[in-house]
Design a protein around this ligand. Sequence first.
Ligand code: ATP
Ligand code: MG
Length: 571
Amino acid sequence: MRFSTMLLPTLKETPADADVISQKLMVRAGMIRKVAAGIYDLLPLGVRVIRNVEKIIREEMNRSGAQEILMPTVLPAELWSESGRWEEYGAELLRLKDRHGRDFCLGPTHEEAVTDIVRRDVKSYKGLPLNLYQIQGKFRDEIRPRFGLMRGREFIMKDAYSFHATDESAEEEYVKMRDTYSRIFERCGLTFRAVEADAGNIGGNFSHEFMVMADTGEDAIAVCDTCKYAANLERAEIRPYEAKESGEDASTNEVDTVTTPGVKCIEEVSVFLDVSKETLIKTLIYNTDAGPVAALVRGDAELNELKLKRVLGAEFVELADDKTVEEITGAPVGFAGPVGLKIRIVADHAIRGMVDSVAGANEANTHLLNVNQGRDFEAEYGDLRNGAEGDGCPRCAGTLSVCRGIEVGHIFKLGTKYSVSMGANFLDENGKAQPMIMGCYGIGVGRVAAAAIEQNHDEAGIVWPAPLSPFDVEILPIKIADLEVRKAAFELYTELTEAGLDCLIDDRKERAGVKFKDADLIGIPLRVTLGDRNLKEGNVEFKDRGTGEVRLVAVADAAEEVLKSIRGAGQ
Ligand code: ATP
Ligand code: MG
């Protein structure tokens, strides 16, 4: 491709409305242009990168035995009513009407559409298992579209859905997809972790998110320094602190009351009584579908509502309003404590290890000192708090550290949610109708490209991992007006192109400095510079975009050397 004829509008200035580096660099490198919030044009350079990601995904999905299909973007409301999601999905679902007033939506995901295909055409266990995938535009009316392609409203997704006759088959496919995803992201040249997205249930975990490690990631992840355990921080299990045997360290201090006028939150109590937050018990009153509950965490910890739900086996938990708290505790908000409470009490494991703690007295302006579990109150114990740097790994003796990541893929065992609601049944070997068991597997294609930039860039621009690079090599003739230079550059270009490489030749009549800047910005891994001085000595210059390493190569060997360095790198 000739730079002079390509729509490759690079920019010197950083766009004002870009929040993250990948978005800035994609705009500056002429890959994308914003059309509306979360809606982008992909320009030729951008499309090349997206196609590279898609190619890797397609090859690996095909290799796994999945079959490519293409479903419509515009989907009829009836399908979504069948699953119940027409009502449930909320504002992310963009709904529209056709000329006859019939309801449609722009597909944000395709469980309904694919279940419709399979129930129509697969009737027997003989047609299963089946894994169908597509690479297609999705629309989600995200509340906060941002970060360019990373959180768009219209974006390209690879979504796959598998259908099975048995649980074992669904779980086998899950493992196969996990391996397939690992291969995909490895081939993309990314540093990533497969992260448990749900608490590990007995019998295995069947929801993993694939996270590309980057400081700008939206997700906090807990990663073990010793084993492979990694989980979304908000869902990460943490090893309980060593529980003290009851009796051991038992306190002989009597419970004491102390007046704490207007002193309500943990901070205030800790300052007022001059005690560390670790000695305080935080008591939170929740309304849940399992009834009102008091949830206790240590004063320095954050309660995690997902975990609370899990411990209670509840569908919904919500902090009680002031009135309810008063009714339950007999005191205004800020003075709740476990002693004497008449409702169910669940406590984080850490509470068990506390001796002589401070808690609310269930009386206005009053706290209790020397509160001890077992002696002064009973509770059910569980993992209720958010993990933090330095917590113990739940799987081994290692320590968790917290880092940030970008979710580029998600695999999930769905079960029979859609097959039951939409009647996707098959006849088993005994001729009995059974609902199919499903799995779903997504990858954000544009997000992969953006994440690759977040992970691979420097002050000058993008540093593409070779497999995603829009071109294999950039040829940069310094003075295109010089006949010798021009001739040598185009000879090299032709030879490499004929050998099957994707080459960009910067044949613009621009100053060397401009061309170098653009080359660094666009980030093609290998640059071959042809200058009149080097050429007079029979040489061209190879520069590695990543390491900055420069070497001279005889012009006669240049094509062969390029091929060697690219094919040798395993492309
Ligand atoms: P998120 O938590 O980031 O909103 P999600 O759980 O809604 O993601 P899925 O429904 O599992 O995402 O979609 C599969 C993949 O599609 C995600 O792993 C992500 O890579 C990508 N994706 C989701 N939403 C967007 C978006 N708004 N823009 C770009 N890619 C997206
Ligand atoms: Mg989402």
